[in-house]
Each structure stands twice: as structure tokens, then as C-alpha cells.
Design a protein around this ligand. Structure first.
Ligand code: DX5
Ligand code: ZN
Length: 218
């Protein structure tokens, strides 16, 4: 059964504790926390102090997605601020293997995020570094904004990555992020994703609990 992480980027940012509580009541498994630095992506969101403030407001795991140019400089600080899962982009300026090790040493799941235009083949040399609890985050929109349309061109990449995992005897997770709703979630699950991020679809649903059920596909 797919796990669901609720992106709070398009939630009511003046009342994040209420957003976190609504997400808990929906039955979602985690909160997805998008960090943008205005350089790696052309937008700014929230960073360390907001994460520190949110941490004691929820018992849900916080799935931090770093869309920043130099994640290696900030790994320790994000872990200390409360990240329970931590992903960063393969396209950033920090060395991917070194950054992965920096996250793994804290004993939390580490994720390598991949933008839509990046080939999944770039992950091949890194696969031996992924532990079963680690994950690849396949972006299904261009990173930088919530509420964009899902890019179906990513589906064959997800399918191929799942095959690459199988060939390597790996059971790491595939997370998808961007434009996920009941229809695109089903497509992603079928392609091999087992961890789905949903923002506007979930937070804007009349019944978030029903939305989570549809996203899981049960
Ligand atoms: C995009 C972010 C996503 C986004 C998802 O840069 O990484 O997590 O907030 O939001 P929706 O589900 O609305 O596309
Ligand atoms: Zn994200």
C-alpha cells in the first residue's frame, strides 16, 4: 500500500499547526516540507526556523524536500530542526554521494530527488549507496511551485527506475511529487511508485480522508 505525504506548501501558512492537525486527521502518513532557496529554484518558501516551530506541533514524520543549491551545508541543521526523512536534488551543487552519506549518518531515510528533465540513468552509479529505507524522489512537475499539472512523461522513467531497482535486487522506495491526484496517483503506483506526495489535491479536498484513501488506491 502506498504511503501518502501531504505537502503543506499550498496550505494556510499562518496556521501551520492547524494544517498539520488536518493532515493527521486525514490519515496521511507524513508532512512534506518543501524548502526553496531562490537560487536552485526561482522561489522562496520556508526553512529552519519554521521547521523548528512546526516540529512540536505534530507527531507525524516530517519529510523534508530540499530544493536548494548547497544541501550539504545544511543537512545537520535540518536534522536537528526535526526532519525525519530528508531529500535533496541530484542537480544541485553538492556532491550527491557525500550528501547522501551525510543524511544516512543520522539514521534517517535519505532521498535523491530528480527533476523531470534529468535522466534516471544518472542514478545508476548511486544505487549501491541506497539502503532499503532510502528513496528516490521523482519530480512529476518542475520544482518550485505547488499546484502545477502532472507531467506524464515521467511515468516511463518511474517504470524504468523500478526495473533498475529490481535488477540490482533493491527494495528502496520511489516517491513522486507534483500534480498528484486520484488519477495520476494510480498511474504512478502502477509504474512502481510507493510513496506519493500530494499538496493542493489533498489540502483542497472536501474530504481529505477520502482523498487519502483514493491516493492509496485501497
Ligand atoms: C514542488 C514541490 C511539491 C509541491 C506539490 O516544487 O516540491 O512538493 O508542493 O504540490 P502539488 O501536489 O499541489 O503539486
Ligand atoms: Zn516537494
Amino acid at each position: 500500500m502506498a504511503l501518502i505525504s501531504a505537502s503543506i506548501l499550498n496550505g494556510d501558512l499562518a496556521h501551520l499547526a492547524d494544517v498539520a492537525e488536518a493532515v493527521r486527521q486525514s490519515g496521511a502518513d507524513a508532512l512534506h516540507y518543501d524548502v526553496m532557496d531562490g537560487s536552485f529554484v526561482d522561489n522562496l518558501s520556508f526553512g529552519l526556523p519554521v521547521l523548528e516551530s512546526l516540529r512540536p506541533c505534530t507527531g507525524l514524520p516530517i519529510d523534508v524536500h530540499l530544493m536548494i543549491r548547497e544541501p550539504l551545508r545544511f543537512i545537520e541543521r535540518f536534522v536537528r530542526a526535526g526532519a525525519d526523512l530528508l531529500s535533496f536534488h541530484i542537480e544541485c551543487d553538492s556532491d550527491t554521494a557525500e550528501t547522501l552519506r551525510a543524511v544516512q549518518q543520522y539514521g534517517i531515510p535519505a532521498g535523491i530527488a530528480v527533476s523531470p528533465e534529468t535522466s534516471e540513468e544518472q542514478l545508476r552509479p548511486l544505487l549501491p549507496l541506497l539502503r532499503p529505507e532510502d528513496f528516490v524522489l521523482m519530480m512529476t512537475v518542475r520544482p518550485g511551485l505547488g499546484g502545477q499539472s502532472f507531467m506524464p512523461s515521467v511515468l516511463p522513467k518511474i517504470r524504468h527506475l523500478r526495473e533498475m531497482f529490481a535488477q540490482a535486487g533493491m527494495t528502496a522506495h520511489i516517491e513522486v511529487d507534483g500534480g498528484i491526484n486520484d488519477v495520476t496517483a494510480a498511474q504512478c503506483r502502477e509504474a512502481g511508485a510507493d510513496y506519493l506526495v500530494a499538496g493542493s489535491y489533498l489540502l483542497g479536498a472536501e474530504s481529505p480522508a477520502e482523498a487519502v484513501r483514493l491516493l492509496r488506491g485501497v
